[in-house]
Every structure is written in C-alpha cells, then in structure tokens.
Design a protein around this ligand. Structure first.
Ligand code: ING
Length: 311
C-alpha cells in the first residue's frame, strides 16, 4: 500500500495594515476547515501569515516594528487555530515573525513552524536567505527591509518525521537557492513546505512582471525534481494597501510537474493526494546522491561566498 498524504496549500489574499490578528486567524481557520472538508490532513499557510508584509514599510521605532512580531506561539490570538486543528486532526505549517530572547539579547526571526495533528509544535525553521536591503531606499516605490528587521536564521535546514512523511521547511527567498533544497534532500526530505510574499514589482531593476511568476515556478519545479521531493508553496498575495504581490501557490510533484496551482489572488485552497513514493524511482536512479554525487569537486559551494573570476 503506497504511503499517501492528502495535503493542501492555503493561499491568503491581502492582509492590510488595518487588519488585526483575530480577523486573520478567522480566515486561516476557514481555510483549515475547507482543507479538512477536502480530505486534507496537512495544510501549508504562507510566510508572515498573521500580518501584512511589514518589511515593505520604513520604520525606525523598535516598538512599532515589534508590533508585527509574536512573543509566544501559540499566543492568545493564534490559540484558536491550534485548537481547531487539533479538533480536526490536521497538521500545518505556519509562517510568522518571531520575537525571542537568546543569551539575554532580543532576536527577531522570520520563522515557520510545523504543528502536528494534535496541535504540538514539532519543528521550527528561521529564514536564512534574507533578501532586500537594510537602509531606506528613498526613490523606491516600497521597501524590502528583511535584512533590517530580521536576524539570519540560526538553526539550519532540517527535516522532521510527521504524519508518516519526512517534512522540511524553508521560507520565500530560500526557494530560489538550490542549496536550501539540497541540504534537505541530503536528509531524505519527501515534502518541502514553504510560504512566500513576493512583490510583483522588482524595485531594483526594471523587469517584465511575468518573470516574477516564471522565476517562482521555475525555482519550485527545479527544487522538487532535483531532490525528488514534493514542494508545497503558499502565497500571501494580492494588493496589500495597494502593494501587489504574486499568487501562484502551487503543489509540485517530485517529477517537477505542477500538480495543482491557485487561480486567484485571494484566500484559496488547493489540495492534492501526495504519493510519498512517487520520488522513489528518481532517488534510486538519476538522483541517487550516494551513487552519483562527487563531493570532492564541490568545495567552492561552501568554501566561497561570492563569485570570483580568477582567469
Ligand atoms: N520575497 C521575495 C522572494 O524571494 C524577492 C523577494 C523577489 C527576491 C524576487 C528576489 C527576486 O520571493 C521574500 N519575502 O523573500
């Protein structure tokens, strides 16, 4: 009997500055109920799923910035989501801004958690590839201040066994870096769950807008195929206070094929029954890492950060 897991990606439409966490959690619960009704037992929510994508705003007052962070998880506003998930027996991935203290210092992370079907947090990931900039760009139509508001994740790329599957996590920009998938691939990952907030416009370079969706899907499909894993990607999208972000939430098979894709830029659920053995033939043949990889030739990948031409 092949191992199967019916999973869903719960895309969120815009969350505006005026929207509070209680209203957002109600939306998350509605999507979770819809997923359960659709037979899904694992749901992927977006990155920073509790608030608007605040890195688009220039802020200097730390108190104002910290209003977008969670000091406890679950907290009073998110506890209802955990309770309903436990009642329905559904596991989930949730992205949020984590404010914590380490060695007496406050730390701010762009975090995702893996919650099992009895409401227990079994895994945590803190975003490693922080895109954007840390100083104000006065001429840009909006900012992308993840390097200012977040610390670099300090727990690496890991996998957890949950619901009879090996599940890994990453967040948004991580999906553009093959290293992220490969580190999980080398741990036998079967499902990579990720959330994202991807502005439609490139503030650094005039770029045709269609490339945003192309590069998004290209990154998911390549990561899935090259590591023989399912990739479940959940967008927060649409125009938040007028600032547009792409949709394109997708479930990508280990073959690299798109099994399901969202059609709107609103709250939308897509679901697929994941055959967790679909990637086995790829892991036995073309991506049999143990048989084919030649690590003695890969030293630059971890030994050198930036590209350098010496010829
Ligand atoms: N957002 C974007 C992302 O990686 C970005 C930022 C877009 C970087 C396009 C480079 C190119 O999808 C987040 N939150 O990482």
């Amino acid at each position: 009997m092949p191992r199967k897991l019916r999973a869903a990606v719960a895309q969120l439409g815009p969350i505006h500055l005026a929207d509070n966490r209680e209203a957002v959690v109600k939306r998350l619960i509605a999507l979770l109920r819809e997923a359960h009704g659709n037979g899904a037992r694992f749901v992927v929510f977006p990155e920073l799923a509790l608030t608007t994508f605040f890195p688009r705003w220039w802020m200097t007052d730390q108190g104002e910035i910290d209003r977008y962070f969670e000091r406890e998880m679950p907290g009073p506003e998110t506890r209802p989501l955990f309770d309903i998930a436990k009642e329905l027996g559904v596991g989930f991935y949730l992205g949020y801004a984590e404010l914590t203290e380490e060695n007496g210092k406050q730390r701010h992370y762009n975090t995702s958690i893996l919650v099992d079907p009895v409401g227990k947090i079994v895994g945590r990931y803190r975003k490693i590839h922080l895109p954007g900039h840390s100083e104000h760009l006065p001429d840009a139509p909006f900012q992308h201040l993840e390097k200012r508001y977040f610390d670099v994740g300090n727990e690496g790329f890991n996998v957890w066994r949950m619901q009879d599957a090996v599940i890994g996590m990453c967040i948004c920009n991580d999906r553009r870096w093959p290293e992220a998938y490969r580190v999980m691939g080398l741990q036998g990952v079967e499902i990579v769950a990720l959330g994202y907030n991807t502005p439609t416009m490139n503030i650094h370079h005039r770029e045709p807008e269609h490339l945003r969706m192309f590069h998004h899907l290209l990154s998911l499909q390549a990561g899935a195929y090259q590591n023989a894993a399912w990739v479940l990607a959940s967008a927060k999208c649409g125009a938040e206070d007028g600032f547009a972000m792409i949709g394109g939430s997708a479930i990508v098979a280990p073959t690299g094929e798109i099994a399901a894709q969202a059609l709107t830029e609103d709250d939308e659920l897509i679901a697929t029954t994941l055959d967790l053995e679909l990637g086995d033939y790829l892991r036995r043949t073309v991506f049999n890492f143990d048989k084919h990889r030649r690590t003695e030739h890969y030293g630059l990948i971890t030994g050198r950060t930036g590209a350098r031409t010496e010829v």
